[in-house]
Ligand binder design. Sequence first.
Ligand SMILES: Nc1ncnc2c1ncn2[C@@H]1O[C@H](COP(=O)(O)OP(=O)(O)O)[C@@H](O)[C@H]1O
Ligand SMILES: [Mg+2]
Length: 286
Amino acid sequence: MKQAVILINPYLTEQAELYQPRRLRAELGKLGVRADVLPNAWTAHTGRDGIEEELSSRYDFCVYLDKDKYAPRALEKRGMRLFNRAEAVEVCDDKMLTHLALAGVVPMPETYFAPLCYKEGARAEIGEKLSYPIVVKEAFGSLGKQVFLARNRAELAALSQELKCRPHLYQEFIAESAGRDLRAVCVGGEIVACMERRSEGDFRSNLSLGGKGEIFTPTEELRTLCKKVADTLGLDYCGIDFLFGKEGLLVCEVNSNAFFGGIEGVTGANVAAVYAEYMVKTIYGE
Ligand SMILES: Nc1ncnc2c1ncn2[C@@H]1O[C@H](COP(=O)(O)OP(=O)(O)O)[C@@H](O)[C@H]1O
Ligand SMILES: [Mg+2]
């Protein structure tokens, strides 16, 4: 029997959080693959006969919906094929690693990485390298929650002080794109669904912060950029955010674990079905 495991964060309990694994399990089922949804708990360990050993011998592949970077490495060591692969998940989770990997490959806003501070009492180095307003982001964050705008030196100093002991970056604010961006969900580097997101009262257009999505017909420029991003980062599946720059699109960030519920609702695309087909074809060649 064809069998897959869908690993999810063990702390997910709400119905909305379980939408993605449920949809993927259903679509894999239609293709003759039985998928078990399991919590990603204690998957990585060192020693003999751990959970990773059991999972990799029982299942043909793993749909990895968590962001923890240790479990995927442990599973890959045992020969398991993960969607996405360990390295891709790790690089996308860290906005600075994503920028470094994509530098020179696709256009992106100018970005400085903050020096990391290890002393609670120290005064922060202020990242006054760009003209105001300056976008400040934590390296690890999602749903727009760890993204801020500093309009002047006082705001920048306050943010720098608050974030100094956490990895963060300073980025050129793309004014033309304020409150507006593009989200493209890709499977194997091809766009499956695309929407433009707009927010009225916030420079961040995330749906979770009140942004409204509208279907967007991909341009050739967008298709080419998506392919380059997915190929460079080795992503089977991703959601890429783009900003509208003066001279064209700029890659804002790449989500290896992008939620697809919102974009399915906006565009009517069946992302889960396309992703399931892609995985089945990759593993079984069908
Ligand atoms: N450099 C920027 N210039 C203008 N708007 C930005 C910039 N960076 C981010 N944004 C806005 O903030 C939103 C959230 O930023 P993003 O980097 O995608 O973080 P998250 O992982 O939290 O979604 C983006 O979707 C976009 O609307
Ligand atoms: Mg984003």
